[in-house]
Ligand binder design. Structure first.
Ligand SMILES: C=C1C[C@]23C[C@H]1CC[C@H]2[C@@]12CCC[C@@](C)(C(=O)O1)[C@H]2[C@@H]3C(=O)O
Ligand SMILES: O=C(O)CCC(=O)C(=O)O
Ligand SMILES: [Fe+2]
Length: 352
């Protein structure tokens, strides 16, 4: 049986391209990492498949209390208009979150040589390296990542031979917690779409099961943040992403007619965003959000993203109930390889 790790590893990157810059050793932005100035980047016509959202400077991503009585409607409306929302009262302990962030920080502050011991293998999905979308851009990103799918023991042992258990336990615990939160949010969304579990189970049992991945992101202090990009514009591929961004701002979303809009961290909240597979499942009703992260000059930003998706062998397509499918059905595996090959064009390739 294929696993998520195997499937994403199959899109092998050139070995050299997996290794991030040794950020500590550079004091000026190298040409390889110099993008054009993006601070005045207020409007981009490129991403037109996003639904139109209110053009209001003040408008910001909604904050949803998961214990609210009308939570189904709140979540559903946010999915339709924004494809993104903050959740509060999510039940995830702040101790666990702080623990994950401090372990991530500890990992990224290791000397480069040490981090490279846990480097992602060319055909592998997990470990230390650049973002997988890197080959689609001519410039490199001010970013380093560490991807975890299930157990991270092998890599952790390389990083801390005598002292790896704590890291593994915290990451395990966080993955389990995120999986159950993602499942809970997914059920709210299906309820909003008026999906009857028994009916839908017949053709798409997969949407009630899951596979996931955890991505630790690091954006070191950057000598010229206005010309650097932390994580280049992309949509997430799977169903839902749950992101924790500590106190540091940096996340931005592309809003039609407005441009790049910052999504500043809300204390205690987690950010949920729709990925391509949920966009497909909803037959285009929920937009998949284009987003990026920008670095800062004096803060080393850490973010933690959990990607929630169906098993890779399962078939995904617009829900049966929704009329006139605009996308064809395909296996998750097939979609991931399309995305790995064609990046943002993947969705248009499966349009009917
Ligand atoms: C399960 C996933 C989701 C992946 C691929 C794989 C593991 C790592 C994820 C990320 C993490 C960083 C951004 C992204 C765009 C990337 O480059 O790697 C993500 C990608 C996706 O959502 O497409
Ligand atoms: O660091 C962030 O705020 C965004 C991270 C992200 O988009 C991702 O990991 O897919
Ligand atoms: Fe993302």
């Amino acid at each position: 049986m294929a696993t998520l790790s195997k499937v994403i590893g199959d899109s092998a990157l050139d070995h050299q391209h997996i290794i991030p810059l040794d950020f500590d050793s550079v004091h000026e932005l190298p040409d390889s990492h110099a993008w054009s100035d993006h601070v005045n980047d207020l409007y981009s016509k490129k991403y037109t498949h996003l639904k139109h959202v209110p053009m209001n400077e003040e408008s910001c991503v909604p904050i949803i209390d998961l214990s609210a009585p009308n939570v189904v409607e709140l979540v559903g409306n946010a999915c339709e208009t924004w494809g993104m929302f903050h959740v509060i009262n999510h039940g995830v302990s702040s101790i666990l979150i702080d623990d994950v962030v401090s372990h991530a920080r500890q990992l990224f502050t290791l000397p480069t040589q040490q981090k490279l011991k846990a480097q992602r293998a060319p055909g592998g999905g997990t470990g230390y390296g650049v973002a997988r979308i890197s080959p689609f851009f001519s410039k490199l990103m001010w970013h380093e990542g560490f991807t975890i799918m299930g157990s991270t023991v092998e890599h952790a042992k390389e990083l801390w031979p005598h002292d790896y258990e704590d890291f593994c336990n915290v990451m395990d615990n966080y993955q389990k917690t995120m999986k159950s939160l993602a499942h809970q949010i997914m059920l709210l969304i299906l309820k909003f779409l008026d999906i009857n579990k028994e009916e839908e189970m017949i053709s798409k049992p997969s949407i009630y099961e899951s596979e996931g991945a955890l991505q630790l992101n690091s954006y070191p202090c950057c000598p010229d943040p206005n010309r650097a990009i932390g994580l280049a514009p992309h949509t997430d591929s799977l169903l839902l992403t749950i992101l924790h961004q500590s106190e540091e701002k940096g996340l931005q979303i592309q809003q039609n007619g407005v441009g790049w809009v910052p999504v500043p961290p809300v204390s205690g909240a987690l950010v949920v965003n729709i990925g391509d597979l949920l966009h497909i499942l909803s037959n285009g009703r929920f937009p998949t959000v284009y987003h990026r992260a920008v670095p800062s000059q004096d803060r080393h930003r850490i973010s933690v993203a959990y990607f929630y998706g169906p098993p890779v062998e399962s078939i995904i397509g617009p829900l049966n109930k929704l009329p006139s499918p605009i996308y064809r059905s395909l296996t998750v595996k097939e979609y991931i390889s399309l995305k790995n090959k064609h990046h943002e064009k993947a969705l248009s390739l499966i349009k009917i």
